[in-house]
Design a protein around this ligand. Structure first.
Ligand SMILES: *[C@@H]1O[C@H](CO)[C@@H](O)[C@H](O)[C@H]1NC(C)=O
Ligand SMILES: *[C@@H]1O[C@H](CO)[C@@H](O)[C@H](O)[C@H]1NC(C)=O
Ligand SMILES: *[C@@H]1O[C@H](CO)[C@@H](O)[C@H](O)[C@H]1NC(C)=O
Length: 501
């Protein structure tokens, strides 16, 4: 099949390599060892690469070249957008999933590279290491199987997965229940869908020192900025985002949700014609020491339940009692939109028992130079510094978290792209352009009408012919006229608590 079209000539035999993991997993990925002591090996063929990645044998796999998976194409029907057509720098939408709105124009034949839709499967206990800044997966992404654990992906570039086609592939996909993943010093560019997605069961991971390069001529919003940056919605995800460089992206950078707990520190956001952070109900996040330069919307969201005062040192000082230190103030330059102040420190409470996993950030004023010189595969090894661990702190009294109402109003953000017909586990976003929902997985099975629908799956909406009966303990919740989803009371009611300093 398409593996035979791989255009590179591979070395005749597997070669030993001296490569090892640079630095140590930290943040929520602390303790992750990947392949551990397994001797580094360079695969001798694409087939061997695929095999080594997918089994559960502890391995240190060295990627020392560009693997070009492109070349085998297929065609399928889909749609274009009136409001942002492919001819005007937009993306095409493969299949029927995103093609339900009046803005759509049917397209009978969309040609795409098959490799983008068929990622390499990754099992447990792997160190997947790029050598010398030359490791490129061209046209194909990585997908961590559900339940795969203890994986390090370091120094790899993933690029060119059907960039003009939504549903043409995700670069790095965490299929859920991935306990311990460290994604470090990688680069992502020219991807049809998400640079990184985490979904289904919660995972524990750190995303650090990566470059998210959204430069594209085919964007969902016709502004040369990639929209689908990161969707981190595993239910109960625990994630650290540290020292990443996001540029020329326009949305979901990142999107956080589904009862996840996130610590975002010292990330550098630059030249963004759209939004950086966005959050669903149920998200708990501490955003500190991040720097925003020429970012239209540092945070997009209207229904933030927990609001902290001002992005100043007084607000930062409120972290003292819970974290045992001041938080780092975020820096937003004059060419960026405002980071709307929040007014309650109760969002900090969930972090009181997680201080071991919290990175101690540097001042935001240091972020631009630190991240510019550190992020991405080419800079791997330039600084293997693992941030300081958090100081010990006494357990603070526990306060009840406030409960947020579901957002009702549409947000007047001009540059949101349009999609409809959501699928299973994806929570739904209120879009400003028109009523719609957010799809996630293109291959969602419709529930047979007689059966009970499980969590995250569709249970209603216009034109829904499947079952409307949720499994025990779940309720069918309408997100809009097109989509209702079975949710537990925990998923429905848990307050979204975001703290921005
Ligand atoms: C991963 O390695 C650990 C330590 O050797 C082992 O206990 C575990 O079973 C491995 N995981 C899998 C899925 O094989
Ligand atoms: C990234 O965005 C900035 C600001 O819009 C723009 O000047 C720059 O050319 C973009 N980068 C690339 C490589 O297109
Ligand atoms: C889908 O639902 C809309 C709104 O209820 C209705 O007008 C339309 O006829 C339906 N289409 C099909 C194919 O059932």
């Amino acid at each position: 099949m398409h593996l035979s079209t791989v255009s590179i000539i591979l070395a005749a035999a597997a070669t030993a390599a001296s490569q090892s993991v640079v630095g140590t997993a930290y943040g929520f990925a602390a303790g992750v060892t990947g392949g551990g002591d397994a001797a580094a090996q360079t695969p001798s063929s694409v087939e061997e690469l695929a095999e080594w990645l997918s089994d559960d044998t502890p391995r240190t796999i060295v990627i020392d070249r560009e693997y070009d998976f492109t070349g085998q194409t297929a065609t399928d029907s889909g749609c274009d957008r009136n409001s942002c057509s492919a001819a005007n720098g937009g993306q095409l939408y493969l299949g029927t999933l995103s093609c339900g709105s009046s803005d759509n124009v049917p397209v009978s034949s969309i040609t795409y590279d098959v490799a983008g839709t068929e990622p390499l499967t990754v099992g447990s206990n792997k160190s997947i290491l790029g050598a010398g800044g030359k490791a490129v997966l061209n046209g194909k992404g990585l997908s961590l199987s559900a339940g795969s654990s203890n994986v390090i992906v370091q120094g790899i570039e993933i690029t060119n997965l059907n960039p003009g086609i939504v549903w043409g592939g995700d670069a790095l996909d965490l299929k859920g229940g991935n306990d311990g993943v460290w994604i470090d010093h990688c680069k992502f560019s020219k991807i049809g869908r998400q640079f990184i997605v985490s979904h289904y069961d919660g995972s524990r991971y750190t995303i650090s020192n990566n470059e998210f390069d959204g430069v594209t001529t085919t964007s969902a919003t016709c502004n040369d900025n990639h929209y689908w940056t990161m969707m981190l919605i595993g239910e109960g995800d625990q994630a650290t985002l540290d020292r990443n460089y996001f540029h020329n992206v326009s949305g979901r950078a990142p999107k956080l949700g589904e009862a996840g707990t996130f610590h975002a520190t010292n990330n550098y956001f630059k030249n963004m014609n759209g939004h950086a952070f966005e959050a669903y109900e149920g998200t708990v996040a501490l955003l500190e020491g991040n720097a925003f330069e020429s970012v239209n919307t540092p945070f997009s969201g209207s229904a933030i339940a927990t609001i902290f005062d001002t992005p100043d040192s007084a607000a930062a000082g409120a972290c003292e009692s819970v974290l045992g230190r001041s938080c780092a103030v975020n820096a937003v330059d004059a060419d960026s939109g405002s980071l709307t102040p929040m007014s309650s420190s109760s969002a900090l409470q969930p972090f009181s028992s997680l201080t071991d996993a919290l990175v101690v950030p540097v001042a935001a004023s240091e972020v631009a130079s630190l991240v510019s010189s550190n992020a991405g595969p080419a800079n791997l090894g330039s600084s293997a510094v693992t941030p300081d661990p958090a100081p010990e702190v006494e357990e603070p009294p526990v306060e009840d978290e406030p409960v947020a109402e579901e957002p009702v109003a549409e947000e007047p953000v001009a540059e949101e792209p349009v999609e409809e017909e959501p699928v299973e586990e994806e929570p739904v976003e209120e879009e400003p352009v028109e009523e719609e929902a957010e799809p996630e997985e293109p291959a969602a099975p419709a529930a047979p009408s007689a059966e009970e629908v499980s969590q995250w799956h569709q249970c209603g909406g216009n034109n829904w012919t499947g079952s409307t009966k949720c499994a025990a303990g779940l309720s069918c919740v309408a997100h809009n006229e097109w989509y209702s989803q079975c949710l537990s009371s925990a998923a429905r009611l848990k307050a979204r608590s975001i703290l921005r300093i």
